[in-house]
Design a protein around this ligand. Structure first.
Ligand code: NAD
Length: 427
């Protein structure tokens, strides 16, 4: 496919514009990023050699507040991907009404090939390289694929060293001991869970009769599988980059998490000890998982998983996107014709950035919340915004994705109009 990821992301905007009253000024402002930075990060390796990694940070739009977005460590990271992810963050923050714009960052690296010390030097080097581009009121990074609390801890420490004062609010997703928020680690999964729970009665479904397949078993995939299975849904399949497992009767998700945490691989979980005897299971590929006949399919790995190449083979009734951009625009059209409803990433995975916002607020006020306060506020926000987007979709007879963009675009447009000068020129 010749279309870049950013071209695909921009198609979402074009689809939504047709359903919103929005000025030409606002459309122009949203078509390109405010600022993009590419940096070279020299890292001293453990064997004494020097290696230079490419890093990126894009601040897409800050009309609703400082920009916000995660940092990804993955070999395929490039400017097109980071720009697209920053675009999605802009719409996500607006869709759930956070006072933030959108950003994203990343380093082209396979972190699994680095020692812990090399990873720390790379993480600190990335912050050294982008320090003038970020800041508490400017741009606030957070974790994304293959980055975590520990890495955020190194990064916020490095930023504080550069600034010569403690700056906990400069990065979210930190360890609790450095000012992290309770509940941030499970927030994306829990936010998705609240969205699913809000929609379930509207879709006339019941938990116990609902089968689920989850692609990706990292920070968010494991969290949503766990939450759903504990709530009574039948999680029948999970997978990670090495492959997946399927059991018609439902999987024992807590055992898989325990096993994965201890071995970093879950394919063998059903050949271990007593778990082996609990349910029958099959080993499946990632491609098989996407094609399972389930009620809910949850892509929670990477972008571009459901494309025009495999969309015809999807048999799930509903797709909840926890990964960013797992369904391409071409696939969206095919799925819509097949009657498969897609609940979009900018709503479903917004729980992570919502609790990141809570973390930033707590750091700035110095008043820290209980886990109940964090989760209650997250629930309030996810339920309210899910219902608003559902109402727009029903009222305008458009897809949930277009409705989410319409909702976000309305808020972005108001901010753009408020700061613009078109009133002086247009009668
Ligand atoms: P992670 O690195 O913790 O996990 C990614 C998982 O996907 C791993 O289990 C990996 O093995 C698996 N994977 C990779 N390629 C795969 C493939 N082809 N098939 C199946 N599985 C594959 O990352 P994460 O933080 O869980 O993020 C996952 C997705 O969710 C990303 O798209 C990310 O942008 C999005 N997201 C994450 C957060 C967050 O708070 N972490 C918030 C919003 C959105």
């Amino acid at each position: 496919m010749s279309e870049s990821l950013f071209d695909q992301a921009s198609e979402r905007l074009a689809d939504a514009i047709a359903h919103v009253r929005i000025s030409e000024d606002a459309i122009e402002r949203l078509k390109s990023p405010k600022a993009s930075l590419q940096v070279s990060i020299p890292v001293r390796m453990d064997n004494g050699s020097l290696k230079v990694f490419q890093g990126y940070r894009v601040r897409y739009n800050d009309l609703r507040g400082p920009t916000k977005g995660g940092i990804r460590f993955h070999p395929n990271v490039n400017m097109d991907e980071v720009k697209s992810l920053a675009f999605w963050m802009t719409f996500k923050c607006a869709a759930v009404n956070l006072p933030f714009g959108g950003a994203k960052g990343g380093v082209a690296v396979d972190p699994k090939q680095l020692s812990k010390f090399e990873l720390e030097r790379l993480s600190r080097g990335y912050i050294d390289a982008i320090a003038d581009f970020m800041g508490v009121d400017v741009d606030i990074p957070a974790p994304d694929v293959q980055t975590n609390q520990t890495i955020m801890g190194w990064m916020v420490d490095e930023y504080s060293i550069i600034q010569r004062r403690l700056c906990p609010a400069a990065i979210t997703g930190k360890p609790i001991s450095m000012g992290g928020s309770l509940g941030r680690d499970t927030a994306t999964g829990l936010g998705a869970f609240f969205a699913i729970e809000t929609l379930l009665p509207l879709l006339k479904m019941q938990r116990e009769q609902t089968t689920v397949a989850v692609q990706g078993f990292g920070n968010v995939g494991a969290a949503i599988a766990d939450l759903l299975s504990k709530a009574g849904y039948r999680v029948v399949a999970v997978s990670d980059s090495k492959g997946g497992i399927y059991a018609k009767q439902g999987l024992d998700v807590p055992s898989i998490i325990r096993y994965k945490n201890s071995t970093r691989n879950f394919q063998a979980v059903y050949c271990q000890d007593s778990v082996c005897n609990i349910v029958e299971h099959e080993t499946i590929t990632n491609e098989d998982l996407l094609k399972l006949d389930v009620d809910i399919l949850i892509p929670a790995a990477l972008e571009n998983q459901i494309t025009e190449g495999n969309a015809h083979e999807i048999r799930a009734k509903y797709i909840f996107e926890i990964a960013n951009g797992p369904v391409t625009p071409a696939a969206d059209k095919i799925l819509e014709k097949m009657g498969i409803v897609v609940f979009p990433d900018i709503l479903v995975n917004a729980g992570g950035v919502t609790v990141s916002y809570f973390e930033w607020v707590q750091n700035r006020s110095g008043l820290y919340w209980t886990i109940e306060e964090v989760n209650d506020r997250l629930k309030q926000s996810m339920v309210a915004e899910t219902l608003r987007i559902w109402a727009i979709a029903q009222q305008k007879q458009i897809s949930m994705r277009t409705a989410a963009y319409v909702h976000a675009l309305t808020r972005l447009s108001e901010a753009i109009e408020a700061k613009g000068t078109s009133d002086y020129y247009v009668q």
